[in-house]
Design a binder for this molecule. Sequence first.
Ligand code: PLP
Length: 374
Amino acid sequence: MQKETIRLSKPIIGIEEKNAVLDVLSTERLGMGDVVEKFENQLGKLLKREVTCCVNGTSGLHLALQACGIGVGDEVLVQSMTYVASFQAISACGATPIPCDVKANSLTLDVEDVKRKLNPKSKAIMPVHFAGDVGELDAVYELAKANSLRVIEDGAHAFGSSYKNKKVGSFGDICCFSFDGIKNITSGEGGCVVSNDKKVISLIQNARLLGIKNDTEKRFGNTRSWHFDVSNQGWRYHMSDIMAAIGIEQLKKLDYFIKRRRKLARLYDAIFLQNDKVTAFNRNYHEVVPHIYSILLPKEMNRDHLRNKLLDIGIETGVHYMPNHKLSLYKTNEISSLKNTEEIYPRLISLPLHPGLEECHIEYITSEVNKLLG
Ligand SMILES: Cc1ncc(COP(=O)(O)O)c(C=O)c1O
């Protein structure tokens, strides 16, 4: 039996990140300064677009929606099966998140359901790149174009993933990433918004710092504005140099993290292929960087019982995600259009996946799951 609990996910932090944080601390300038600028430039070089960092992925989504002018009376179409952050970012603007169904084979947005729910109030689509998989992103963009909608990609899971040989975030309308503690790279907490829309970028850069016009340039010069104007609602959503210092070191390790995540997910898939009680998603790991590893249990299986049994033997698991249409704030009784979400949610379980795991951990986890499933 395992001595230490195998964590569902965790960051891989080395001496490099620790030293980088110490370097920032020793400058005695801890807010947003030239280290954030450096991190933004490095991310921008990778994605070949301008990148604006912020305090987390949720704030990035909120800033992006706000910059698109989305507000009270507007609707944003988003899959119900996502972290509540996607929904909260929409309702934070005063807009209404419209829960849509997911495709059963990927847990990404079902574009046909989005089509059914379009109406004159619809202003944007928010596809969530579930587990790093962007799903039918071309179809999302086609639909958006035909109906003059903005697309705000929730790429929280997808940093490093590609679609048709292009890096997620390097194309499309707006994409938001998360760098929280367990994401494909971390900056402690943190996130960023990527777009080619100059107006959106300018609005976001100001809004992340209380709407103070052009304060970003000053901060990057390690100074700040004393005489300024504010013409839009803003927030304290900027990234700090401490966070950016961690992010810069993590970025150097991205290729290694990607390789490990893909290798471990492929091993899970290969082992579960032998067990017809488990439905794995078999994602295209040439393009997808698996952020989480979810499977579907047999219908009759009690998920909580299985999760408790696994925890007893040192294996943490998760549930990605409780559908948002079941939450008090976003409750809807119109569930007939959310057929896949309703059917899949009780059977979903996520198994440990992070670059610190070894192949022997996956073998142990899968053999215990297989045993418990009989
Ligand atoms: C799908 C999804 N969207 C948005 C977010 C929000 O990111 P953050 O935690 O950085 O605010 C997360 C974070 O877990 C997420 O999983």
